[in-house]
Every structure is written in C-alpha cells, then in structure tokens.
Ligand binder design. Sequence first.
Ligand code: HEM
Length: 366
Amino acid sequence: MDRPFPPLYYSEYLQLDGLLDSQHRKSEEYGAPAHDEMLFIIVHQAYELWFKQILFEMDSVIGLLSAEPVEEAHIGMCVSRLHRVTEIQKVLIDQLRILETMTPLDFLDFRDFLFPASGFQSIQFRMLEIRLGLQSDSRLRYNQAAYHSRVSPQHRDQLIEAEQHPTMFDAIQSWLERTPFLETESYRFWDAYRSAVHEMLDADRSVIERNPTLSEEEKSVQLLGLGETTAHFDAVFDPSRHEALRTEGKLRLSHRATLAALFVSLYRDQPILAMPYRLIAALVDIDELMTTWRYRHALMVHRMIGTKIGTGGSSGYHYLKSTAESHRVFSDLTNLSTFLIPRTALPELPALVRDRLGFVHKSGSR
Ligand code: HEM
C-alpha cells in the first residue's frame, strides 16, 4: 500500500544530532575535566525537557477550562492531563537521587566554573510557577531584587509577558464560579451545613478545654487556633468577611469559587461531581508535589554545599527552604479539608438538586 508520507528515520525524527551534541562540560573546556559534570548537565537537561511537557499539558488544560461553558467531556480530559503532570512531577522528585550519586567533593571539581549561572535562571521553571498562578508580589525576594533580575533582558520580557496571561488559578476559579446547583429558591443547604460545622467546632473546643494533658498556656494557644479556624469558616458564608481576608492576603480564592469547591468536595459521591472533584484534587496534588520538589531540592542543596551561598547569589539552602512554604498556589483548596464533616453528618440535598446531580432522567425532563 502506498503511504502518503515519506519514510522517517529515528534519529532524524527525534533530532538526536542536535540533542546529543548539547552536552559540553565547562571543566573540559577550561582544561580540568570533571567526570561528574556530564551527569550534572544531563540531569538538568532532562528536567528542562520534562518542564516543557508539563507546560504543554498545563497550557492545554488552561485553554479547555477557559471555554464557556466547559464541555463536560473536557473535564475528564483535564483530569487525565493533570494526572500526567503529577506523574512527571514524581519522576522529577525521584530524579534528584541520580544527581546525589555525585558527592559534594565531586561537585566542587567544577562548581567554580558555573558562577553566576543557577537553576534560579530556569525560564521554564518560572513559566511553570507563573502558569500555575504564583503571583509576582507573593514571591520571596532575595537581595531585594525581583525574581527576574538575574535573567537576560529577552527572558525577562518573556516572563513579564507570561504574567499577563490567564493562569491555572484564574481558570479554575472562574470555572468554579460558574458551578450550577449552589442554590435554588427553596434550597437552604448552607444554613444546615453551617450549623453542622459549628457543632463540630464546638466539640473541638470542649475537647481542648477538657484535655487534662494540656497546660493552661497550651490550651489558650490551641483555642486561639480554633478561633481563627472559626473566623475563616464564618467568612466562607459571609462574602464581605471573605473579601476582607482576601484583601489582607489571608485568602486568595473568590467567595463564590470557595463555596463551589466546598460543595464539590462535600458531595463528590454524586456522579456529576466526581470528575470536578478529581480536578480539584489534581490541583492540590500538583501544588503539594511542587512543594515536595522544593523541599527535596533544598535538602539536596544543603547536602551538596552546606550553608554556602548559591552560584546564583542567594542564601542557598535557607532561601530554598522558605520558598517551599510560601510559594504555594492552591492553599485555599487544600484548606477546605478544615471544613469537611463526616458523610453521616452531611445535610441531605433536596430531591430536586439530588436528581439533577445524579443524572436522573424522567420522561419529558431535560
Ligand atoms: C548539585 C546540584 C544543585 C545545586 C547545588 C543547586 C543549588 C541551587 C541553589 C543554591 C539555588 C538558589 C539560587 C542560587 O543562589 O543559586 C538553586 C535554585 C534552583 N535550582 Fe538548583 N541546584 C542543584 C540542582 C538543580 C537541578 C537538577 C535543578 C533542576 C532543574 C535545579 C533547579 C533549580 C531551580 C528551578 C531553582 C530556583 C528555585 C526557586 O527560586 O524557587 N537545581 N539551586
């Protein structure tokens, strides 16, 4: 049978000549070849390739979620693609182990040749953070400089341009804001739910107050924490308090999107909410795996260079450790677990809403 396409050759298709001719050790160039520099280069390049794939998946998901309305079938596609991202992230975390077969002393054989280059200048990593929704003003600054102060002017422009585009955070927020079923004329779900959660928080309060193993000081610290949780919870139902917490930077997700995400999380067993729930869970996974990578990378850096400064000029380990805590994007979704109550205590949904969520098709109904 005649094929309409010319025959393809493996290395041509994969452009291996260029790819495999892109590993040049600086140590060799400067006349002091360091064996482990080859591994260092290849591991970094493998990361960049995987970053490219992640960005490709994320862009497609942002595109699909930005459609109005989002096609039901596309939610499943988004979930599969985000699941692919999390599988890649796990490889990225594991991959550090290969690099750790290089000892700190091996690294010193070529470290001096690298200044002032650093992973800090990885444009794709920054793109990944931007696409997820990490905002410029919530980034840790090192040496009081903007995160893009260490990259070439061309790369800086690219990053600033990327910051103008919708992010995964924006896409998921507006998709959640469009979630139907949150209210009907007679639907009082939130009232019942609010009192069920208050009961749970009151029970927590009395557990703390009656705990004989806690000192008075420990009790007041725990009660303070519980007070903050209660305030957050009340804000879930009060748009103006929610807005005030957003202004203070304590919350980021809009009020409507938060209610929708909570609803989806609570009623995930309803067939129509199963996929939306998996979508939310995938974003929480991605955020968590980013954090895990950041910690894991920081620990490796500690092991490799102790508390020396990085080749890019930061405080090194300490800077990296702090980014792990503060550069999270979907904390509001993760925090929803605070307000979950057991299925047995969950208020029942009105029949009309339950029918709609359960794909009940009665004759003549749509
Ligand atoms: C011997 C191995 C490594 C060492 C000692 C190391 C060290 C560091 C240090 C000290 C920083 C902070 C910025 C600076 O002052 O330079 C940094 C940032 C970074 N490194 Fe590495 N690194 C290593 C391997 C890797 C690998 C394999 C990757 C994969 C791409 C990577 C990606 C990054 C990224 C993305 C940042 C920026 C993190 C942020 O700003 O949140 N590093 N690295």
